[in-house]
Design a protein around this ligand. Structure first.
Ligand code: ZN
Length: 66
């Protein structure tokens, strides 16, 4: 029975800086978009932030594409 170590929150994704697939640390951040004054309660958008564990470059992608 193989034991999988899930303690590292990493995913293998393509990194443009490295030009190859590397391990990325993935997290989700709520970013407040303060451009709109109305609906300020609902203006926090989840962004998926990935950080290459090889070169350290970060990329954030908006999860809700309107
Ligand atoms: Zn990289």
């Amino acid at each position: 029975m193989a034991t999988t170590d899930n303690s590292i929150d990493g995913r293998t994704e393509h990194c443009d800086s490295c030009g190859t697939d590397t391990i990325h640390q993935v997290s989700v951040q709520l970013v407040t978009e303060s451009t709109k004054k109305e609906n300020s309660q609902f203006s926090r958008e989840p962004y998926r932030v990935t950080e290459c564990q090889q070169c350290g470059s970060r990329e954030s992608m908006r999860m809700n594409n309107a």
